[in-house]
Design a protein around this ligand. Structure first.
Ligand code: HEM
Length: 512
């Protein structure tokens, strides 16, 4: 009798679990899929709970992550539907429609998808610019915008120069005997040093092994989170709580990161550390920022915001510089153009200054063109908060229901032949400013180039990043000679940002 009751209960429980999975995950997935398919939008096959994760993993294993996405566009056009785990994505690479999504008309109708929060929360918490929504985001953005004003950035140049100088010295002195180095590793370490020194000041140098620890913790956490995301673990709430798939490692490292930043904040509050820049650094600005009611950030907000700047501000710029170095080593004419300009503006090895960095017209164009062909944040995701239509009535309109998720592939958008002449060619001259007016050439469409996204949630750190990139480019080209190691595979791949999957090995020696 007991056995029969047990059997009935088990069958009942299993049926309930299946029903809940269907109701909570499959039914909404099917709703969004059908809503788009009924509007005659091309779709990849509907696969409940999994979507196209197996194809994405297979492409990644075959070094074809970005090619797989380009082929989907070849197959379906610039608007189509895919699935990632239980979430349906409307892929949009049509600038007119992107203007509706990111521009004034509907920007307020979009927030971040749930996956963004699940993905980043163990690394940076939830009270930060990248994840927060609505009023919390608006308040924080207003409080933090002044931190990236050009006057504040000028003060941070000394940190950028100092860290770049140290990195080059170390490369030239201690690593010249090695056959070659992985420039991607070195450049990511450099941008991590720059942003952490700008965000945390002296403490970062005084806490024993802080750099090594933070670097290692960030890397381990990112790897574990990517592993879990690619297997759909983060996408299903019950599954994500199970103690498997590096769950313990994620928890342990999140705690370590939080304790580390707590110590840095307490050091600064009690004057045991100060800014490394000639001005206030990011931590000073976080501590002193107040909203319109005169309220400051809480300790938790300061921690989450500071970690967000470290996360958002190092791999992006590190990978921009990696691709830029790849271009310089494979395009003699681009390298020479940069070198001539740098030698003219900073003769006899003098170090960059803010005013003179503005004169780097060719270097700036090279960076913009690198951001076009290798946009570090190649996928931008949004979630619709209020139903509406995108597109124009005369052409094509699409109904976007509340809760629908949009995915923009800037890697593909920046290569569309309708908006770029010779789209696959690296041509920095398309970005050269007018020598008389100093204005950049006009884009063929204001939403065909989105390396820093657009609208109220665009990149708050873009001026910081471009300044930093110019400092690194100028000082490396001024002092070093680079040689790409022959025979290596250079494959763009997606982790959090687009990186070189097998690194970028090169021999770096002192320039003669
Ligand atoms: C080449 C370097 C960089 C690129 C390509 C880049 C790109 C982007 C993109 C595309 C977004 C929008 C993401 C989204 O909406 O999902 C973004 C947001 C953000 N970025 Fe950057 N970024 C770079 C450097 C930086 C730096 C150096 C910092 C900090 C110092 C930074 C801080 C942020 C923050 C805090 C956000 C969230 C802004 C908000 O939602 O209000 N980024 N970035």
């Amino acid at each position: 009798m007991l056995l029969i009751i047990f059997l009935y209960c088990s069958v009942g429980l299993i049926s309930l679990i299946f029903f809940l999975i269907y109701w909570k995950l499959v039914r909404p997935q099917k709703y969004y899929y059908d809503t788009f398919r009924n509007q005659k939008i091309p779709c990849e096959p509907f696969v409940p709970l999994i979507g196209q994760i197996p194809e994405i993993r297979c492409a990644s294993e075959n070094d074809a992550t970005m090619d797989y996405r380009l082929k989907l566009i070849e197959k379906h056009g610039n608007v189509f539907v895919t699935g990632f785990g239980p979430s349906i994505k409307l892929n949009v690479n049509e600038p007119d429609m992107l203007a509706d999504i990111f521009g004034r008309s509907h920007a307020q109708d979009y927030g971040k998808p749930n996956l963004t929060e699940k993905f980043f929360q163990p690394l940076i918490g939830v009270h930060n610019l990248l994840i927060s929504q609505g009023e919390e985001h608006e308040r924080a953005r207003k409080m933090l915008n002044p931190a990236f004003h050009f006057v504040k950035l000028q003060g941070m140049i000394s940190i950028m120069i100092e860290q770049t100088r140290k990195a080059i010295d170390e490369l030239l002195i201690s690593k010249t005997n090695e056959k070659s180095i992985d420039l991607q590793v070195e450049l990511n370490a450099l941008t991590l040093n720059i942003i952490t020194s700008s965000a945390f000041g002296q403490s970062f140098d005084s806490i024993t092994d802080a750099k090594q620890n933070l670097c290692q913790t960030f890397i381990e956490l990112s790897e574990a989170i990517i592993y879990r995301t690619l297997r759909g673990v983060n996408l299903i709430p019950i599954v994500s709580q199970l103690p498997f798939w590096y769950k313990n490692m994620v928890e342990k490292n999140s705690k370590k990161l939080a304790n580390f930043v707590d110590q840095i904040i307490s050091d600064r509050r009690s004057d045991r550390s100060k800014s490394l820049s000639s001005n206030e650094d990011i931590l000073d600005l976080l501590l002193s920022a107040v909203d319109t009611q005169g309220k400051s950030f809480t300790n938790e907000e300061i921690k989450d915001q500071a970690l967000t700047f470290v996360l958002a501000g190092h791999e992006t710029t590190g990978n921009l510089m990696t691709w830029c170095m790849f271009i310089l080593m494979t395009n003699e004419n681009v390298f020479k153009a940069c070198q001539n300009e740098i030698d003219r503006i900073f003769p006899n090895g003098i170090e960059p200054t803010y005013e003179h960095l503005n004169e780097l017209v060719v270097c700036e164009a090279v960076l913009y063109e690198t951001l076009r062909l290798y946009p570090p944040a190649s996928f931008i995701a949004r979630k619709c908060l209020r139903e509406h239509y995108i597109g124009s009535e005369n052409h094509r309109q699409i109904y976007i229901p509340k809760g629908a998720e949009i995915l923009v592939n800037t890697y593909a958008l920046h290569r569309r032949k309708e908006f770029w002449s010779n789209p696959d060619e690296f041509d920095y001259t398309r970005w050269i400013r007018d020598p008389l007016t100093g204005r950049k050439p006009k884009l063929t469409h204001p939403f065909c180039y989105l390396p820093f996204a657009a609208g109220p949630r665009n990149c708050i750190g873009q001026n910081f990043a471009l300044l930093e990139a110019k400092v690194i480019l100028a000082m490396f080209v001024q002092r070093c000679h680079f040689e790409l190691e022959p025979g290596q595979k250079i494959v763009p791949d997606l982790r959090i940002t687009i990186h070189a999957k097998y690194g970028l090995r090169a021999k770096v020696t002192k320039r003669l």
